[in-house]
Design a binder for this molecule. Structure first.
Ligand code: FES
Length: 240
């Protein structure tokens, strides 16, 4: 250490300061070696570092070094709470907006919703006839039943049925039976007004359905499916 002090050159002041600092640590009585005006806590080895002025970033209440920061504690806390609360509210609102937009982007658009329903004018279907429509890519049977068909289907003994279901549970208005034209065996399209029961007949493997769309004979296990539909008025049905 002493050899460093004796070395001349531009680094001499730093060597000197280091020597004094270390000496003061080793010999507590060597205080006289420190500059008289040096305040306590001066970092002697780094006197060339300028401490930046952070005044622009400090709150006005704590700029005055003569004033105790305790006096402004409450107001500074209130400001911090206010800022935190406001930021939280804005963050929650932004998150809600993003989630809402994301979820609504996944819902079906208006044109897709329009395609999911079909409106049928019932007066175009004469009594005793079945008409086939395309709905959601599948055939849809709408049949205008006669009084005789209505009476026959209402009187069927449920014990005879493979998939027991009363006719009144399959229709909203007994005059109209509305079912999907997809055979419940392997998905063929049955033929209307055909088969042993006068309802529908699937030629693929010989399934017979009655005029309520119930399976009566053949390999199909279930009745023809009844979709959701409603009658907005006497002349119209909306399926879907
Ligand atoms: S698909 Fe209709 S009977 Fe087989």
């Amino acid at each position: 250490m002493m050899s460093s002090v004796l070395r001349p050159g531009v680094f001499s002041p730093y060597y000197q300061v280091t020597k004094q600092g270390v000496k003061s640590l080793v010999f507590p009585g060597a205080k006289e070696l420190l500059p008289a005006a040096a305040p306590a806590g001066t970092r002697l080895a780094h006197t060339d570092i300028k401490i930046p002025d952070f005044s622009d970033y400090r709150r006005p209440e704590v700029l005055d070094p003569q004033k105790s920061s305790q006096e402004s504690t409450e107001s500074r806390k209130a400001f911090s709470y206010l800022m935190t609360g406001a930021t939280t509210v804005i963050g929650v609102y932004a998150a809600k907006t993003v989630v809402t937009q994301f979820v609504s982007s996944m819902s079906a658009s208006a044109d897709v919703l329009a395609l999911s329903k079909i409106e049928i004018k019932l007066s175009d279907i004469p009594e005793g006839k079945n008409m086939t429509f395309k709905w959601r890519g599948k055939p849809l049977f709408v049949r205008h039943r006669t009084e005789k068909e209505i009476a026959t289907e209402a009187g069927v003994n449920l014990g005879e049925l493979r998939d027991p279901q009363h006719d009144k549970d399959r229709v909203l208005n007994p005059k109209w039976i509305i079912v999907l034209g997809v055979c419940t065996h392997l998905g063929c399209v049955p033929i209307a007004n055909a088969g042993d029961y006068g309802g529908y007949y699937c030629p693929c493997h010989g399934s017979h359905y009655d005029s309520s769309g119930r399976i009566r004979k053949g390999p199909a296990p279930l009745n023809l499916e009844v979709p959701y539909y409603e009658f907005p008025d006497e002349e119209t049905v909306i399926v879907g």
